[in-house]
Design a protein around this ligand. Sequence first.
Ligand code: BTN
Length: 257
Amino acid sequence: MNKDRLEAIYDGIRIQRQTFPSLPSTNTYLIERAKEGAEEGLVVLADSQSHGRGRLGRSFHSPVGSGLYMSVLLRPRFSADASLRITTAAAVAVAEAIEELTGRKPSIKWVNDILLDGKKVGGILTEGALTEDGAGLRYAVLGIGVNLTPPHNSFPKELEGIAGAIGDDASKELRDRLADVIMTRFFGYYATLETCPPIIPYRKRLAFLGMSVRVLRGGEEFIAVAEDIDSDFRLILRLPDGRLEALSCGEISIKLS
Ligand code: BTN
């Protein structure tokens, strides 16, 4: 691990960054530190992950020299209900940071996938532990993965045609700069997440609006039109019989139908 570096202070939160050559998963590592009492603002990067994790129990391919793999320790003071906003605010921050550094305009596939030209270039996995009364969060670990370039040996077969990258520069300079811009943008939103979440910038980038999507929820699968998001970032669907249904995240994924 390189030495802790004090990177910045946002709204009183001290950002300390640690970088490791390799970790099983930056999220798993930071959850352990959170349980030991580490402070909000600890940020961990790894050059590679052997067991990078994604949503819905999936893995996140994390080879050396091609991606940003980063986790951020948060100790939110708002309600557990509002914590879904951490993931969505991070999605906006990642999309904006990619645009700032590359000029390309990512969209967001509800709820947390970052897309460029229809391919997934990044994802977000937020994990946390509730307080004893279940009303708040003892901690949340915000995990962010971005493919800077395709891996040297190309993406694994199961990701072919699905995964993409933001460009052809996998230097540590670009990775670290991207991490910094993501943090600046994210902590800008985090300060007012309960009162003023970034609904408008999220909606502006939302993929599939007005389109027919296939919804996978548990064992169930159905087609609906993605109409909008509401003020809690729930996806509003119009079902074939005309009824509206709001999806909270959880064990749900959507695809273009
Ligand atoms: C997803 O696409 O479902 C979420 C992917 C999240 C990947 C990041 S990489 C850094 C952090 N550590 C992990 O094990 N996962 C997240």
